[in-house]
Design a protein around this ligand. Sequence first.
Ligand SMILES: Cc1cc2nc3c(=O)[nH]c(=O)nc-3n(C[C@H](O)[C@H](O)[C@H](O)COP(=O)(O)OP(=O)(O)OC[C@H]3O[C@@H](n4cnc5c(N)ncnc54)[C@H](O)[C@@H]3O)c2cc1C
Length: 169
Amino acid sequence: MPAAALVGGDEDTGYRAAMTSLARGRVHISGLAVGSAQRALDESVRHAAVTTQGSTPIGDFQLVQAHLADMQTGIMAGRALARDAAAKYVSGEDRRISPSVAKLYCTEMVGQVADKAVQIHGGSGYMREMTVERIYRDVRLLRLYEGTSEIQRLIIGGGLVREAKRALK
Ligand SMILES: Cc1cc2nc3c(=O)[nH]c(=O)nc-3n(C[C@H](O)[C@H](O)[C@H](O)COP(=O)(O)OP(=O)(O)OC[C@H]3O[C@@H](n4cnc5c(N)ncnc54)[C@H](O)[C@@H]3O)c2cc1C
């Protein structure tokens, strides 16, 4: 390939630009995952408060409360990670490992949160008209594009080992 046909004139420059843009996308997707998870939780809390089984609101059942607690915990942890990764991306402190950590955690988290949201909604959560059904379907993509969860693990694990080797030199 002639240099004139390469971004930046060599293979390294273009590759680095592509990797940096992927890292930025991963921070963005982390935020998308946290926002989607928050909406799934909001819908679930509302549903649990107003929907009764017998005459008891399902939100009074402790097993339903446990689902809500796990959802809230995952969302708060994911939001903190996404903010941390965004700050490190903007400052330039870390544009490699933190974006992958945030994407891996937040996209796996939203998958679990969406699944619990459907569970709390019962059979109605499986219906196309319901917001949580849409979220459940949509967020499945987040673990695939801009690098699958497996690829994020390779970036994180490989990056840690590379850093350790560099420190030993
Ligand atoms: C809706 C949507 C929008 C998209 N938008 C874009 C876009 O705008 N730009 C763009 O470039 N791409 C886009 N993609 C493509 C997306 O990035 C790829 O689908 C994704 O990276 C996975 O690649 P693949 O489909 O080739 O699967 P594969 O790479 O074949 O992966 C299949 C499975 O093998 C695993 N795997 C692959 N390699 C390894 C490995 N080395 N070690 C361990 N496991 C591995 C994967 O994790 C996965 O589980 C989009 C995809 C979708 C579904």
